[in-house]
Design a protein around this ligand. Structure first.
Ligand SMILES: Cc1cc2nc3c(=O)[nH]c(=O)nc-3n(C[C@H](O)[C@H](O)[C@H](O)COP(=O)(O)OP(=O)(O)OC[C@H]3O[C@@H](n4cnc5c(N)ncnc54)[C@H](O)[C@@H]3O)c2cc1C
Length: 495
């Protein structure tokens, strides 16, 4: 059976070697602080097994014809991109924040395009190698992290100009059976509970940087890999259980301390001219995924705002409705950008459908620039209790329980527990370690807004809009005609 269960996934984690470090200590993969993130990944296995979600959480493999988890799928059509977007929005509603498996899926889609381009340009055999590796992913329902963001050192310098050559991951030796790599990737989500880590270049490389133009995959517990991890989790609940209390996330600095990678797991090694395509394509696939998850975050923040307004008895107030409309407008515009990006997708030479970069980047940037504004709206409506809610134990103690409940009463149509649950949710999403993580993830995850600006300006041929102005000004006589597809660069050519 190709679709694996969460229990099979957890069994795999149990068999991995110990290489996760938290706060100075080496810990097991099922450490309590990691379990909350593992729960989120488990949801992606459960939803694929659930007939109600089969149409979005599963797909048919284009290489084996088998039913697979969509997180292991390579997009074969515009429809696939739309379903991926829907899957992500739906999944985040159940787990809040980050489903964890998009990064691996997006890295594999980027590799499916670029390994083919490498073969076309250099006559290499990367694509066949990639397809073999993909088969292993699909057959085992693999959970993968994508490690793109390097330590990067001095931001004004290119990789080979850094004072320490290891500040970007690079090849230090080429051998008959593989390569040795060294360096570190930072801010990488889910490595401690990933089967595999897919490593991609973080930027376009020049010829001087060709040892940094490297892409490969290693098991999460490969020799020489150290996962220095920061888990983000919520305060434990004792009585008032709720789905949100079972979610969490972990990010790692991944240190590659002279790691050996066999050739069959190497997908770029020195082909610096295509490192730009690979870096930008992962970012593009990932920003398209963001047009699914960020609307879900807006749905959750907006839904919580509506809930607290109901508790406060002010749901119909004009300013409340206006605030709620902002969440709706934002969520649906970002989602619409993803839909447009899928509709204008182009088929790459390998057959993978690549979303339109301008729509995906514009959508992701809109979301990133507004995340703090959305929190502003929620907290405005929630009031101070979002930060000062008494700890859970006080609601259940003999001495204070009834009194605390009594003073939680607000709108008489809802119970004290309803109000307590609402504020506990808002505390979790707006005033906790996870809340801070979500805000920063909302701004920088998948690329800071400035990177989307750069991507938009690099891709968009502004001659089209200038021609319109020239026509209206009487500088040009011909009627301008803007075709969106003529204005953007998809990074799927070898020139
Ligand atoms: C929660 C979270 C999860 C993440 N998960 C992943 C993941 O799974 N995989 C992954 O690969 N990455 C991941 N990232 C990393 C993310 O992609 C980066 O944070 C993002 O690309 C920004 O890079 P940086 O953090 O190094 O910031 P920097 O690049 O240091 O940017 C900081 C500021 O410096 C500016 N700046 C940078 N370079 C220059 C320059 N040369 N000239 C002028 N200004 C400059 C930027 O514009 C920005 O304003 C994650 C990040 C977060 C926050």
């Amino acid at each position: 059976m190709v679709l694996k269960t969460k229990d099979e996934y957890i069994e795999r984690l149990k068999k991995m070697k110990k290489n996760v470090y938290i706060d100075g200590k080496k810990v097991g993969r099922l450490d309590e602080r990691l379990m909350l993130g593992i729960n989120v990944i488990c949801t992606t296995f459960d939803l694929a097994q659930n007939p109600e979600f089969e149409d979005i959480f599963t797909a048919t493999s284009h290489i084996t014809g088998e039913k697979i988890n969509r997180f292991c799928h390579i997009h074969q059509s515009k429809e696939d991109l739309l379903k991926k977007q829907e899957m992500v929005r739906q999944g985040v509603h159940y787990t809040y924040g980050c489903l964890g498996r998009c990064m691996g899926m997006d890295a594999m889609n980027a590799l499916s395009v670029v390994t083919k381009l490498e073969d076309m340009k250099y006559g290499t055999g990367y694509y066949g190698r990639f397809i073999k590796y993909l088969k292993y992913w699909q057959e085992n329902d693999i959970v993968g992290a994508c490690a793109q963001t390097d330590a990067k050192g001095d931001r004004s310098k290119r990789p080979h100009d850094q004072a320490d050559p290891d500040l970007y991951v690079h090849v230090v030796e080429r051998k008959g059976d593989g390569i040795i790599v060294r360096g570190a990737k930072q801010s990488i989500t889910i490595p401690p509970y990933s089967d595999e880590i897919v490593v991609l270049p973080t930027r376009a490389m020049r010829e001087d940087d060709k040892d940094y133009a490297v892409a490969f995959a290693v098991p999460g517990d490969a020799d020489g890999v150290k996962l220095v991890t920061r888990p983000a989790f919520l305060r434990k609940r004792q009585k008032l259980d709720a789905p949100i209390a079972h979610t969490g996330v972990s990010d790692s600095m991944i240190i590659f301390d002279n790691v050996f990678v066999p050739w069959e797991r190497v997908f770029m090694c020195g082909e610096w001219e295509l490192s730009r395509n690979l870096a930008l394509l992962f970012a593009l696939f990932h920003r398209h995924s963001y047009t699914g998850c960020k609307p879900a975050v807006s749905d959750i923040l907006g839904g919580s705002s509506a809930l607290v307004a109901e508790c406060n008895g002010i749901e119909r107030a004009t300013h409340v409705r206006e605030k709620l409309s902002k969440f709706i407008g934002l969520a649906e515009l970002v989602y619409a950008a993803g839909v447009a990006s899928a509709q204008f997708a182009k088929k790459s030479p390998s057959g993978t459908y690549v979303p339109d970069p301008v729509y995906a980047n514009a959508g992701r940037r809109l979301a990133g620039e507004n995340i703090y504004h959305e929190y502003d709206l929620l907290i405005d409506l929630a009031g101070g209790l979002a930060a000062t809610l008494p700890p859970e134990g006080d609601f259940y103690s003999e001495e204070t329980g009834n009194l605390v409940d009594k003073y939680m009463a607000r709108n008489p149509k809802v119970s004290s527990e309803y109000v307590h649950r609402t504020f506990r949710l808002i505390e979790n999403i707006a005033c906790s370690g996870i809340a801070g993580w979500l805000q920063i993830a909302g701004m920088h995850g998948g690329g800071s807004p400035v990177m989307e600006t750069i991507a938009i300006m690099t891709d968009y041929d502004i001659r089209g809009m200038k021609d319109v102005a020239k026509y209206l000004a009487g500088i040009n006589k011909e009627l301008p005609r803007i075709r969106h597809e003529d204005l953007v660069d998809y990074y799927i050519d070898i020139d």
